[in-house]
Design a binder for this molecule. Structure first.
Ligand code: SAM
Length: 402
């Protein structure tokens, strides 16, 4: 039971019997009070007056205690900022706890540390990183080999999240980019933090089914990949193009290109903000139960898109080190850290030839309209290819179609 959460704290509820008593006095069930407390949301218009009545708080006071700040309150805070700073100055200068980290592995391009990313980030040079990719734990009550507690209350998880996100923002160079991978629910909160400091570029929906359907819910089918930049434009945006989507069995067209086939860009179609071609990693030899390895293809795309050779890439949540191995192969400098065991990451570097061949394969299959494999199957089944289309006399505009 999260008695440390803001609502119960505001109402002076510190244990189960106080909770039952409050429920009795207010006529609101224990279950509902727990729900408001866990979610950190303002009680409904029916329940709110009862809560205010029993607690003796005003609505504004309760909102402030819960951290629910609408624009009206925000403007008032702005008006009185001087007085407020004096009141809270002492409270906010509390230094965070220091956990040690140590260097465990190095290449000519990168360094891997073992320890807590918050401490490492405190010691890194501000505005020194070109690209950050972060795939934090999702707070799903997983058993981690590391000391990481993956079942925090929502409030604890969001407070911890805010800490590492703010540190990442500080590390990013002007024009640098940050990508954050998470469940859509958590990324709504993370976007809220990023919106205050960085420029929004995209909410990328990566189409991967990761759960069985749940009753009374939509079938969750995408991870959210947030993409933000420091300043109004990114230093690097290397266009990435994909082959045409075709039928896996016969190689035929899935979409109708009508009379525009010969206008399709020979380098492939535009990458959109819905990525449907990223495979889930289920059987990789490097996937361990607690590291949740991401696909090499995903990292190859992000790193190629938002950085250049020699740039510095940072990932605060190593896992099995997908970001680092891809950065190394693509000739980016990199900095990595993992709080749990790092042997899986080091094993991957010892097997770098295998990863080089995976990346070479990914790169062979991008930035073209048809891969070699696609050309073969289309030829076999008599589907059109750019060279089999009748030549048009009058090619004025070159349209790019998806
Ligand atoms: C979802 S996994 C990352 C997987 C990684 N993207 C990959 O493809 O292999 C998150 C990792 O962050 C690690 N972690 C959690 N808290 C951390 C912290 N404070 N500092 C460093 N690593 C942390 C966990 O042990 C876990 O291995």
């Amino acid at each position: 039971m999260a008695f440390g959460n803001r609502l119960f704290k505001a109402l002076g509820i510190t244990n189960r019997s106080e909770l039952r008593l409050f429920a009795q006095k207010s006529g609101i069930s224990v279950k509902k009070l727990e729900y408001y407390n866990e979610e950190g949301i303002l009680p409904s218009r029916t329940d709110l007056p009862r809560i205010l009545n029993v607690s003796g708080l005003s609505e504004l006071e309760l909102k402030l205690k819960l951290g629910i700040i609408d624009n009206f309150i925000l403007n008032a805070i702005g008006e009185h900022s001087g007085e407020i700073v004096k009141l809270i100055e002492e409270d906010i200068n509390v230094k965070s706890e220091d956990y040690a980290y140590k260097r465990v592995f190095e290449t000519s391009l990168g360094t891997l540390y073992q320890g807590d990313c918050l401490s490492l980030m405190d010691d890194m040079e501000k505005e020194s990183i070109d690209l950050i990719f972060a795939d934090p734990p999702f707070n799903l009550n997983k058993v981690y080999e590391s000391i990481m507690n993956d079942k925090l209350t929502k409030q604890e998880y969001l407070e911890w999240t805010e800490k590492w996100v703010l540190k990442c923002i500080d590390l990013l160079k002007e024009g640098g980019s940050i990508f954050i991978w998470n469940l859509p629910k958590w990324n709504t909160y993370i976007a809220n933090i990023l919106n205050q400091y960085l420029s929004f570029r995209h909410w990328i929906a990566v189409d991967i089914k990761y759960r069985l359907p749940i009753k009374n819910r939509l079938y969750p089918s995408h991870y959210a990949l947030l993409y933000y930049t420091k300043g109004d434009r990114p230093n690097t945006f290397n266009e990435q193009r994909l082959p045409l989507e075709i039928c896996r069995h016969c190689g035929g067209d899935i979409h109708d290109y009508g009379g525009y086939k010969d206008k399709l860009n020979p380098n492939g179609i535009n990458l959109t903000d819905v990525w449907y071609d990223i495979p889930p990693v289920r059987h990789s030899k490097y996937k361990t139960r607690d590291s949740n390895e991401l696909s090499i293809k995903l990292l190859e795309r992000v790193i190629s898109l938002a950085s250049n050779e020699g740039d510095i890439v940072f990932d605060p949540f190593g896992g099995s080190g997908t970001t680092y191995i891809v950065a190394e192969i693509l000739n980016r400098r990199w900095i990595g850290i993992e709080i749990g065991p790092t042997d899986t990451i080091i094993d991957r570097f010892n097997d770098i030839g295998f990863h080089r061949s995976l990346i070479a394969e990914i790169q062979r299959n991008k930035n073209k309209l048809f891969t070699e494999e696609m050309v073969e199957i289309r030829k076999q089944n008599g589907h059109w290819l750019p060279e089999t289309l009748p030549k048009r006399k009058n090619k004025q505009i070159s349209l790019e179609l998806n």
